[in-house]
Design a protein around this ligand. Structure first.
Ligand code: ADP
Length: 241
């Protein structure tokens, strides 16, 4: 699905967090929201997810008002940095969860759920972990399972908030490569939040640089690196290269 955010404004009390954000994301595109801590990235992602409400502005999905669409039509998958798996459920049960809790009518039959989970375990390269519990997995394996749970419903829109933030550098690199492959295989429109420039540049089709509730620049990585549009972007690139 394609997204169009128009003049999104959001404050928490006296703090203006988003000061008029305009952003279009094409169908099947992978976009990174990049910026320092506190720039409003997570709030913007939560608004797209329907977990926060903007004070004003529009969000259209395939030309329809997103805020009017019933949840069942949204088909959105989330992966958050600290979005814990259910510790008392096996990997297989965690991945199946998203399908089991679908509204009546959209919930597949038991055998279908099992087949889909089997397919995902293979796709995620973790069939050998199917019967383990989250406490028996490494951080990287847990994030694969979290992504499996998000992908179980075949989301048209996949939202990730610092999905690999808590992991060490080598595992982050592996997961990044793997996320790119997953993206190419599923074709979901994907928006992910990161404060890591390398991660944004390596993964995204386009990078959205944010600062203090505003978008400073949107473009492919090479354009942002070679031709920063504002003094902030130039400083930010220089500071973190
Ligand atoms: P980022 O993801 O770029 O770090 P956030 O969107 O998390 O930025 O936060 C932007 C600003 O909004 C921060 O100053 C943060 O303290 C504030 N903020 C975020 N969520 C809330 C909330 N629920 N209540 C009050 N302030 C919030």
């Amino acid at each position: 699905m394609s997204l169009a955010l128009k003049n999104i404004v959001k404050s928490f009390g006296a703090t203006a967090v988003l000061k008029g954000v305009d952003l279009e994301v094409g169908k099947g595109e992978l976009v990174a929201l990049l910026g320092p801590s506190g720039s409003g990235k997570t709030t913007l992602l939560k608004i797209i997810a329907g977990l926060e409400w903007p004070d004003s502005g529009m969000l259209e999905v395939d030309g329809e008002n997103w805020f009017d669409l019933p949840a069942r039509r949204r088909q959105t998958g989330f992966v958050f940095q600290h979005y814990a798996l259910f510790p008392h459920m096996s990997v297989r049960e965690n991945i199946a969860f998203g399908l089991r809790v679908r509204p009546r009518g959209l919930r597949p039959a038991r055998a279908k759920i099992q087949a889909r989970v089997g397919e995902l375990l293979k796709f995620l390269q973790i069939p050998h972990l199917a019967d383990r519990y989250p406490g028996q997995l490494s951080g990287g394996q847990r994030q694969r399972v979290a992504l499996g749970r998000a992908l179980a419903i075949n989301p048209k829109l996949l939202l990730l908030d610092e999905p690999f933030g808590a992991l060490d550098a080598a595992i982050r690199r592996d997961l990044r490569r793997w996320l790119r492959q997953v993206h190419e295989a599923t074709g979901s429109t994907t928006v992910f939040v990161t404060h890591d420039q390398e991660e944004a540049f390596e993964l995204a089709d386009r990078v959205v640089v944010m600062s203090e509730g505003r978008i400073e620049q949107i473009g492919p990585a090479d354009v942002i690196a070679d031709r920063p549009a504002t003094p902030f972007v130039a400083r930010f690139m220089g500071a973190t290269v």
